[in-house]
Design a binder for this molecule. Structure first.
Ligand code: GLA
Length: 674
């Protein structure tokens, strides 16, 4: 493959047939005899790709600069002989004991000043110069040795950047933070202004006096904390880039690192996705969630969106229970396949697990695996073998794209800012708001792309902003242009409050969107804890609302609902504005997904969208290639459903004009477009 300039273009997906199937493989935990059995059983399960070496630094570089590749050579050869491809890890999430003995200053320092010790993982400072040097050495050595090994088809750098800690207050981190701030602000005047240091007497005259926001008597400067969050993410990315570039000196194979899209925390995945050749994600169901399949769909849609719509890899999920949540609920029969195929429905071209064989020792021995402690005479193994066959049957889906109907804004920086301390109430939860709006759209049969407020949104008839607390002036202009151009924008409460430095917009709350929405906010009126206040729609119907109200100031919008009680009694609660050729809706209180139907009925009409309400529990997502469309019908409910789509079910081979979707099952219906 060459690009327009005649150079060899880097592949954006590993060279494996069809959809990749497999998981993390940690042979170093097992005697050699087991390796042969592993390969045989991988073949039985239809495994095509395994991630190797993610935590084996100390067994590869046994002393600084002294390498033992023997066992890894043997493992890779065995896998290759067995027809299994390898996603080769760089083991930098867990530096060896010799590294910390030689470089104790590289240990992470908490905000309280505690140095974190060896004997776990992820305990190293991303700003440590010694660490930076060591990761480039090991990544480059691996690439040099294995770039042309026939088993190796891609590189897996590090593991889950930012986990378990992303922030470090060591001296190295302080030095790097100051350098990053100099670069960002250029002058102390600009920094003092951006951080609002005139408040509480925090003015700086020397760069050397600035530190990371370590433990303080009461809350630290919010703009400083927000910048520290950005800086911490930047440092992790710099570590990734250092390794990636070391690998690229020897190899053209695609490079990835596994994201955690369902954690709204440390890493700005929009930025990260620009750095990898293929996006990959780890997803674990939240056991306490009564509908974990919705969290899964959100994470998968987000992963696809940061990948720019390109196929992505589900790098890890679990076959059954996990050991790091309060209760590791085991998956019910069929649930693993539903989860796996739901990821594929939302754009994944790989179905991978943590991990191949359950570990006998160490921290994760109670974590499920493809090959459980119980061995092959087990429900999990039988389901894994069946799933391998199902994934193989979907080979032709590879490369097809998901068709989305609407965009929902997802802005990490805004989430980080909203999570700072001392807001009008301490439980304003962006994740909860995104989920409520997403659930409404999903119930109406619409597929969601996520986007940033600065993206070109013109291809979406409807854009929803459930939690856009921070909104840059230029992004507000982008949203306003989108509405003027004929788009429909729905914005939720406590949005467009601050600028990129957590400073309230000069025109007041919501002022940057005043033109687009025809309304702004005079005052926030949070409801006392545990109280609620209904809203009354213009047709007289009533919806429950709770938690939060706002005193809106109309600037051209019409009122669609008013508050029936609370501090806002009689004031507008939901408004619809017109701007240019489009419309802007504003929802100033907390409405459940059900209550939001009153907003979306109107917004769909403005946007020209016809909702496709589905039977409860039946998820429908469509992927499309030039030749065919693939309708994934996933029945999460415990009763049978029916879908009226003609085609061929790739999983059963059946061709029909409509299909029963039995309780808990999945259909993938191919429909030819030519
Ligand atoms: C994460 C890690 C894996 C493993 C799993 C367990 O995703 O990447 O190494 O710890 O969690 O769920």
């Amino acid at each position: 493959m060459t690009d327009a300039t005649g150079r060899r273009a880097r592949a954006t997906f590993p060279d494996v047939p069809g959809l990749a199937f497999g998981g993390d493989y940690n042979p170093e935990q097992w005697p050699r005899e087991t390796w042969r059995e592993d390969v045989r059983l991988m073949q039985e399960a239809g495994v095509t790709l395994v991630s190797v070496g993610i935590f084996s630094w100390g067994l590869i570089e046994i002393r600084e600069g002294e390498f033992d590749f023997g066992w890894l050579d043997e493992v890779l050869d065995l896998l290759h002989d067995g027809g299994i491809s390898v996603d080769l890890g760089t083991p930098t999430a867990s530096p060896p004991a010799w590294f910390f003995a030689a470089h104790p200053e590289s240990r992470v320092q908490t905000a309280e000043g505690t140095r974190l010790g060896f004997g776990s993982r992820g305990m190293v400072s991303p700003s440590s110069p010694a660490y930076r040097e060591a990761i480039v050495r090991i990544a480059t050595a691996l690439a040099e040795r294995y770039a042309h090994h026939p088993a190796v088809v891609m590189w897996h750098v590090h593991n889950e950047y930012g986990a378990p800690v992303s922030e470090d207050h060591s001296p190295a981190s302080n030095d790097a933070f100051r350098a990053w701030l100099r670069e960002r602000y250029g002058s102390l005047d600009a920094l003092n202004d951006a951080w609002g240091t005139a408040f509480w007497g925090q003015h700086y005259e020397e760069w050397e006096h600035i530190s990371t926001p370590a433990a303080t008597p009461t809350i630290a400067n919010p703009a400083q904390k927000l910048d520290f969050h950005r800086f911490s993410d930047h440092q992790l990315r710099a570590c990734f880039v250092a390794e990636r570039d070391g690998i690229r000196r020897h190899s053209d194979l695609p490079v990835t690192t596994n994201f955690m899209a369902n954690q709204h925390g440390g890493c700005d995945l929009w930025e990260w996705a620009q750095l990898v050749d293929v996006v990959s994600d780890d997803h674990y169901l939240v056991a306490a969630d009564p509908h974990p399949e919705i969290g899964l769909a959100i994470a998968a849609d987000l992963t696809r969106s940061v990948a720019g719509g390109a196929p992505w890899m589900l790098m890890e999920h679990s076959t059954s229970g996990i050991n790091w949540q309060p209760t590791g609920v085991a998956k019910r029969p069929g649930e693993m396949a539903r989860n796996s195929l739901a990821h594929v429905a939302h754009g994944a071209d790989a179905v991978m697990f943590f991990q191949w064989r359950a570990s006998r020792r160490g921290a994760e021995k109670f974590h499920s695996a493809m090959l459980p402690h119980a061995g092959t005479d087990s429900r999990v193994w039988r389901e894994v073998v069946q799933l391998g066959a199902d994934v193989a049957a979907l080979a032709e889906v590879r490369g097809s794209r998901v068709e989305a109907d609407v965009a929902v804004l997802w802005d990490y920086e805004s989430f980080w800012a909203q999570d700072l301390e001392w807001r009008p109430v301490d439980d304003l939860d962006h994740g909860e708001r995104v989920r409520a709006f997403y659930e409404r759209l999903r119930a109406d049969g619409l597929t969601v792309d996520f986007a940033l407020p600065g993206h070109d949104l013109s291809r979406y008839p409807l854009v929803v902003a459930p939690a856009q607390y921070m909104l840059r002036a230029r992004d507000a202009e982008n949203l306003t242009r989108y509405v003027a151009g004929g788009g429909t924008l729905v914005v939720s409460s406590f949005s467009a409050v601050v600028d990129e430095n957590d400073g309230v917009h000069p025109g007041g709350f919501l002022s940057p969107l005043r033109d687009a929405l025809g309304v702004d906010v005079e005052e926030y009126l949070p409801l006392a804890r545990g109280t609620s206040a209904d809203i009354v729609w213009s047709d007289g119907s009533v919806s429950p609302a709770d938690h939060w109200q706002e005193h809106l100031r109309l600037a051209g919008a019409e009122v669609r609902a008013t508050y029936a009680a609370g501090g806002g009694a009689g004031l507008p609660a939901v408004t619809r504005g017109s701007h240019g050729a489009g419309h802007g809706w504003y929802v100033s209180t907390r409405l459940s997904a059900d209550a939001l139907s009153g907003v979306f009925r109107g917004a769909y009409a403005d946007a020209g969208i016809t909702p496709r309400p589905r039977d409860e529990g039946l998820e429908i997502v469509r992927r499309r290639s030039d030749a065919a469309s693939y309708t994934f019908a996933i029945n999460h409910a415990d009763h049978d459903r029916e879908i009226a789509i003609a085609g061929t079910d790739l999983l059963s081979g059946e061709t029909a004009g409509s299909f029963a979707v039995p309780a808990g099952s999945v259909r993938v219906i191919r429909h030819d477009l030519t």
